[in-house]
Design a protein around this ligand. Structure first.
Ligand code: FCB
Length: 444
């Protein structure tokens, strides 16, 4: 493995609903995911996050695992329904105490905590009032950010506002695959604006609480046309606009990209009010990049979205069926650098990893060679990007441990640590030792 800069951050990432469990403890209110999981057919095999990896009770053990791994950064998310159960008003003491202890525990171990304020678990009460289709939710999110920062900002240097707002708009409000399961197709567009506005208002609240480093995490994917026909090239361009520009241009360029290829005119964004883009484009200090694979697209004339996804032949696939294309990560990082040039802040890879068909051997070990190959290829791809001048400051594996993978329930395992969901026993996989050795070698 080539050498990374000495101060490069090495870490892992998780999120609250996927690992915490304890959904009805210490004053936590219901989130949209608690509700969605009860909807028949929404989640594979009816799995729920009620217990998940029981991290709410086992966090000291999980910090110990991170210490063994030797990471320098841990990205987790704060559950809004735990710290501000009604989505407004005063904080919930026991909920805030949980993150307080977690932060102290990490710092005592020499690990920098990197909280994300929103990794998809919206308080159900706010969804009942319109969720991300309502401008009010942006305001509420700003207030919640201030409340969380008041408690933790003295010890937490870098904060991430939103996780993958594109997925929220697309999966949660357009296609109905994620909570709250709305199927509005292009009418989901206001959720993009209100999330971005929420990001801007949260940024202001974090600054007011003294936070020095604010970031947002987007998921990006190089958009490959299926053929070089004009139609497929246009389809790929339309997808690129939706996934790679819609949630980045307003922040870094203070303007929405041209959405006309998607059949969206000015009226499609008539929720944008004077002054909103100034709030949204407040300077940020880092861009979080989640990358899993490229997307290949062909034209689909006459449909509300002018593209459809095509398989990417010729590459290995993960257990999820996602193609393994490490060079896509280098391509993406160069694209961001070329596209945003001077206004691109330093980049952190805030998620990258794969699900694998992990098998526990007779001796209790889990030899996850496909995951090692995936991580090895992608970490090298990050190095290639750094060599070509992209300012990448850190790399965080998704995920520390197996967890609740949204609509897939517990069927997709992404962890460096295997979790037996019957006993909650944690067993580091071969990839854990591999990543530990890599970090140790980089740090000597
Ligand atoms: C990302 C999510 C994360 C996890 C990975 C596999 O889109 O941010 O929570 O589910 O995918």
């Amino acid at each position: 493995m080539p050498r990374f800069p000495a101060d490069f951050a090495w870490g892992v990432a998780t999120s609250s609903y996927q690992i915490e469990g304890a959904v009805a403890e210490d004053g936590r209110s219901e989130s949209i995911w608690d509700t969605f999981c009860r909807k028949p057919g929404a989640i594979r095999d009816g799995h729920t996050g009620d217990v998940a990896a029981d991290h709410y009770h086992r966090w000291p053990q999980d910090i110990k695992l991170m210490a063994d791994l030797g990471i320098t950064s841990y990205r987790f998310s704060i559950a809004w329904p735990r710290v501000q159960p009604h989505g407004r008003g005063p904080g919930n003491g026991p909920g805030l105490d949980f993150y307080d202890r977690l932060v102290d525990g990490l710092l005592a171990t020499g690990i920098t905590p990197v909280p994300t304020l929103y990794h998809w678990d919206l308080p159900q009460e706010l969804e009942d009032e319109g969720g991300w289709l309502s401008r009010q939710t942006a305001q509420r999110f700003g207030d919640y950010a201030g409340l969380a920062a008041q408690r933790l900002a003295d010890r937490v240097p870098m904060w991430i506002t939103l996780n993958e707002p594109f997925v929220v708009t697309a999966f949660a409000y357009a296609l109905g695959i994620h909570a709250p399961g709305q199927t509005l197709m292009l009418d989901a567009l206001p959720t993009a604006h209100y999330q971005l506005l929420g990001h801007g208002l949260a940024t202001a609240a974090l600054r007011a609480a003294g936070v020095r480093q604010v970031a947002i995490t987007n998921n990006y994917s190089p958009a490959w046309p299926a053929t070089d026909s004009e139609q497929d090239v246009a389809a790929a361009r339309a997808f690129d606009t939706l996934q790679n520009k819609l949630f980045t241009d307003p922040i870094l360029r203070r303007a929405y990209p041209d959405l006309s290829a998607l059949g969206i005119g000015e009226a499609g964004l008539d929720c944008v009010q004077d002054g909103d883009l100034a709030v949204i484009s407040a300077p940020i200090d880092a861009l979080g990049v989640n990358y899993y694979s490229p997307t290949r697209l062909s034209a689909l004339p006459g449909s509300p979205l002018p593209f459809q996804m095509e398989p990417i032949p010729g590459y290995p696939v993960t257990a999820f069926g996602w193609p393994v294309v490490p060079a896509g990560l280098t391509e993406l990082l160069r694209l961001l650098r070329d596209r945003y040039a001077d206004v691109l802040p330093p980049v952190y890879i805030t998620e990258n990893g794969c699900s694998a068909d992990d098998k526990v051997a007779g001796d209790g070990t889990i030899d996850d060679q496909p995951r090692i190959r995936y991580l090895d290829g992608h970490i090298r791809a990050v190095h290639d990007a750094i060599v070509s001048g992209v300012d990448v400051r850190g790399y965080l594996v998704w995920s520390l441990m197996d967890n609740f993978e949204w609509s897939e329930g517990y069927h997709q395992r992404f962890g460096l640590v295997y979790v037996d969901f019957g006993t909650q026993q944690r067993t580091p996989k071969s990839s854990f030792a591999w990543y530990r050795d890599l970090i140790a070698a980089q740090r000597t």
